[in-house]
Structure formats: C-alpha cells, structure tokens
Design a protein around this ligand. Structure first.
Ligand code: ATP
Ligand code: LTN
Length: 334
C-alpha cells in the first residue's frame, strides 16, 4: 500500500491477561519490524466476543492490551496501534469475505474445533466465521507479513487462499500475506499440561504465566510446572515438560538449548525451575513497570487509540473503495 514500505499486521484478543506464550510467540517480535515496515498492531476486540465476555472486563482489557503493546516497546509514533471495533471496515470486509469462503474450509479450522469443544453451549456463527474476519484484518492493509504463533498458521493459509481466490476473479486486489512464525517460541506449552498450548483463557491459573504476574507468583508457578520422569535437564521429544521450560529459559536469556543443558548438567529440576522463574521475572520487570505507568494515564491511551484508528480507517478506506468498485457495489462518493 505504501510505495516506500511493506506492511506488517498483527492482532491480539483482549480476552484475558496476556501470557508469556503471547509475549514470546508474538508481541516480543512486533517491535523488530517497526523501523523497516509500516506496522499495524490491533487489539482485536471483535474477535474476543466470539466467546462470551463480561462487558466491563472486555473494556478494561482493551485498554490493558494496548498498554501492553506500548510497554513491550511499540512506539505509537512509529506503529499504528488501534482497536479493531473503532474501524468499521474490518466488519464490513469480513462480511464480504464470508461470501468468498467455503463452509468446508471453515469446518476444517482446528481453532474452531477446539473452541467449540470448550464452549459447547455457545457454538455461534461468529466462532465459525472468525477466520474470515481475521483475513479481513490482514487484507485491508495490504499486509505482506503477519507475526503470529504457530497456532495461527492455518488461519494464515486460509487468508492466502481467500486473497488468491479474490485476485483470480477480480484481478489484483489484495497482497497475498506470509506468516512470520518465530522458530523456538512458536508454541509455548501449558505448565499444567505440556501437551497443550499455553492459552490466556485457560481457567487453571497454574497452566499459565501472565506477563503481569509478580515475581513470587512467577517463581511459584514454574516450581509447580509439570515435568517429566527422570531428573536430567535435556531437550527431548519424550520430555515435553522440561523441553518447554528449556525453550522459555532460552528465550528469556538468549542462551542456546545446548548452553542451557550444559549449565544445568548434574543439577536437578528444582534448581532449573527456580532459574527459569528468575529469568522470566527479571525479563518482564521493565515491561510491568511501564505497564503500571501507562494504565494510570487513560487519557494518553485514548489519545493513542484515537490517532491510531483515524490513521487505520484512512488506509482501510483505500482498500474498501477498490473492493467495492471491483465487484460492482454502487458508489455515490465520487
Ligand atoms: P485465547 O485463550 O483467548 O484463545 P490466546 O492465548 O490463544 O487466547 P490470542 O489472542 O489468540 O491468544 O493470540 C495472540 C497471539 O499470541 C497470536 O499470534 C498467537 O499465535 C500467539 N500465541 C498465543 N498463545 C501462544 C503460545 N502458547 N505460544 C506461542 N504463541 C502464542
Ligand atoms: N486470530 C488471532 C488473533 C488475530 C490476528 C488477526 C492475528 C485476529 N486478527 C490478524 C494476526 C493477524 C488469534 O486468535 N490469536
């Protein structure tokens, strides 16, 4: 969309307090793109309502998620930070893309299958069409790159298929995006069940470490983390619990897996878990301090939201007008 810079887009749902999975899998890498790309980072509140939310909590978490973006190093002057429901083009393009997405394609989405199993009393149509809204988020800004955890890979593939399909019918309309998935931290696992993804909406508090957890809580959660039989700190397929902790420790300290194994050779799980907790708490301390400062200043956060949504709406309108023209909606604005 911008002649000088390629576009990056990503989003996080304000559906709970963010975990170190969200941090290591997605948000931590967002700032790396700020200089070379035109970046849009969105708080995707419309996605969050596919699962029942308490309105007051959703509102508060929307501010908090934006504050966390900034606390994690995203400068609002260098990135377009905004809230999805403030830009109506997302829902509008979402509907249009629904008409170019097949029932069978949406039925294959594993996130839909997982979330319907978890929310059996509320399998609503929005939960089903969620990936087309995500495709709209991305395609509206002609994004080239989308930094996400590996759980979103399937949604990105569907986004590409929708874009290609649309381009084939109507001629070049959308840039076809690529996922950017960090290698070592693409999927941080639950501390209570290392076969399961760590998820911010997990009801078991021992399963997640939240970005905002105080140091003593972080250390306690890592101490309780489910590990495997044996006592050796070694990265291996048959040791999912320890391997997950090694990935986390390595991500927070910058040490390689080999270095971590050597550091803890001959030491037990106890020493290792304590070290993981300390490294995690120390790395998150500056983010937490900045978060506390930002959430005390609601007016500033609203100013960021306002400016971000104005800029985003302006850019989204360009794509929308192209889309409308291409498939024959009448346009009175000329
Ligand atoms: P929910 O529990 O509400 O589904 P979530 O924790 O899965 O939420 P999202 O808001 O859906 O989080 O995801 C935000 C970003 O964080 C996405 O890019 C997603 O891929 C990434 N992410 C989420 N969980 C993990 C994880 N455990 N490991 C790595 N990346 C993750
Ligand atoms: N579906 C994502 C959140 C999300 C997103 C996006 C990520 C919504 N829209 C656009 C990247 C780009 C999730 O559940 N993690």
């Amino acid at each position: 969309m911008y002649k000088d810079k390629k576009v990056v887009f990503s989003g996080v749902q304000p559906s709970g307090v963010l975990t170190i999975g969200n941090y290591l899998g997605a948000i931590r890498s967002f700032a790396d793109f700020s200089e070379t790309y035109h970046c849009y980072y969105c708080v995707v509140d419309e996605h969050a309502i596919t699962v029942r939310q308490v309105p007051a909590d959703l509102r508060r978490r929307t501010y908090e998620t934006l504050a966390l973006y900034i606390a994690c190093g995203l400068d609002p002057e260098k990135n377009t930070l905004f809230v999805q429901s403030h830009v109506s083009a997302h829902a509008e393009l979402g509907w249009i893309l629904d008409c170019y997405t097949m029932f069978g394609e949406l039925s294959r989405m594993t996130q839909f299958k997982d979330k319907s199993a978890k929310n059996a009393d509320n399998i609503n149509a929005g939960l089903f069409t969620y990936p087309t809204l995500m495709a709209a988020d991305i395609l509206l800004y002609q994004s080239e790159l989308v930094p996400v955890g590996v759980d979103q890979k399937q949604h990105l593939e569907l986004t590409r298929d929708i874009a290609l399909r649309f381009n084939q019918i109507y001629g070049d309309t959308f840039v076809v995006p690529d996922a950017y998935i960090p290698k070592e931290t693409a999927k941080i696992m639950s501390l209570a069940d290392p076969e399961k993804k760590m998820s911010k909406s997990d009801e078991n508090e021992n399963a997640t470490v939240r970005i905002l957890d105080p140091k003593d809580v972080i250390i306690r959660k890592f101490k309780r983390a489910v590990t495997d039989s044996g006592s050796e700190v070694r990265y291996a397929e048959d040791k999912p619990g320890v391997s997950n902790l090694i990935s986390i420790y390595s991500a927070f300290t910058g040490k390689t897996v080999g270095e971590v194994e050597r550091e803890f050779a001959g030491k037990g799980y106890g020493d290792f878990k304590l070290a993981v907790g300390e490294a995690c708490a120390d790395a998150l301390a500056p983010v937490q301090a900045e978060f506390a400062r930002l959430t005390a200043d609601k007016a500033y956060l609203e100013d960021v939201m306002r400016k971000g949504s104005e800029a985003a709406a302006h850019d989204a309108a360009r794509t929308m007008s192209k889309v409308r023209r291409k498939f024959g909606f009448t346009d009175l604005r000329r």
